[in-house]
Design a protein around this ligand. Sequence first.
Ligand SMILES: *Cc1c(COP(=O)(O)O)cnc(C)c1O
Length: 393
Amino acid sequence: MKERKLNTKTLCVHAGQPGQGAGPVVNPIYATSTFKFRDAQHGANLFSGKESGYIYTRMGNPTVKGLEDCVATLEGGAYGLATSSGMAATNTTVTALCSAGDHIICSAAVYGPTNTLLTTIMSRLGVEPSIVDTADLDAVKAAFKPNTKVLFVETPGNPTLVISDIAALADIAHRHNALLVVDNTFMSPILQQPLMLGADIVVHSMTKFLNGHADVVAGIIVVKDEKRYKSFRSVLNHLGGVLPPFEAFLVHRGIRTLLLRMKQHCENGRKVALFLENHPKIEWVRYPGLPSHPQYELARRQMKGPGGMVSFELKGGLEAGRTLMNSTRLCALAVSLGGVESLIQHPASMTHAGMAKEARLAAGITDGLVRISVGIEDADDIISDLDQALAKV
Ligand SMILES: *Cc1c(COP(=O)(O)O)cnc(C)c1O
């Protein structure tokens, strides 16, 4: 609670780390699967909830708890639940909130496997999904049914960078007695705080900007109150997709520089987007920091910065895009995003290849779309790499 009053830069460094007093400066790795009880009564009290404390690492671990407190603080939430991946965060959330017979509305432009999870696995288990352009508020209103439990929104959406109005969607969801879940992976809590805009739950792939160093797969769920936290903790504990302490330690370390990194991602993203927009071989560029973005005003209102993700299409379409991706020397040809290094990839054949083609095209993910995760290298070096690769097209 006291931590809330500190500024974000300070919170990135200190949230969830040990406080004042003798002891370690950095929350250490508790490499232990289980914890000793004082006596039999203590063990019984921990299990019955009469006393709080650690029992078994799947149920909770001090290294993981430090990271959970850190991200919950940065998001302005009350509790975090670290998961083994971003997909585990989404799966745990949907499983905690929906039962067979329920309905869920999900953004059309989302991380590919999120779409696949809902349209294949969840639908097989009896949770019916509707895939909707959540930037279109009328389309969202029309999609609600009496059994709609969750509105799941990713904004900016992957990879089209379409932006959905979180405050308006929270209002619509609540009027229909549903909850708004926001995947905040593309922004990190530095650039967007969905809970502050009315969302009920935030999920992240911490694999991306939060960890920021492309060396961990991890996820997290942030909730606003203890009741939901307890019910989610029980679901996560029984599904089992928890984050191990080594990974939690690395992500917590990554977050100490999150604010600095996000500033650099925004600065470089802007420069790369401008360069591409002015290049004669480029057909179009989508970046929330360019006035050409259809929702530029909403982006400025809702986000504290445009981030490091840029999508574009070459005039020569897919073939030209392939030549470009095969010609970069600095930007690595790889999926994932949000790390310190720049990555380039082709969603239609890579991250979103699992989506049905019609659904993919309906979401604006064209065959020629190329996505760059702009890293924190020198912007001129990234641009000159793209320039030499474009010269080969
Ligand atoms: C990567 C990603 C996910 C899934 O995260 P994993 O850690 O790979 O499981 C979910 N949402 C978004 C927006 C992502 O970029």
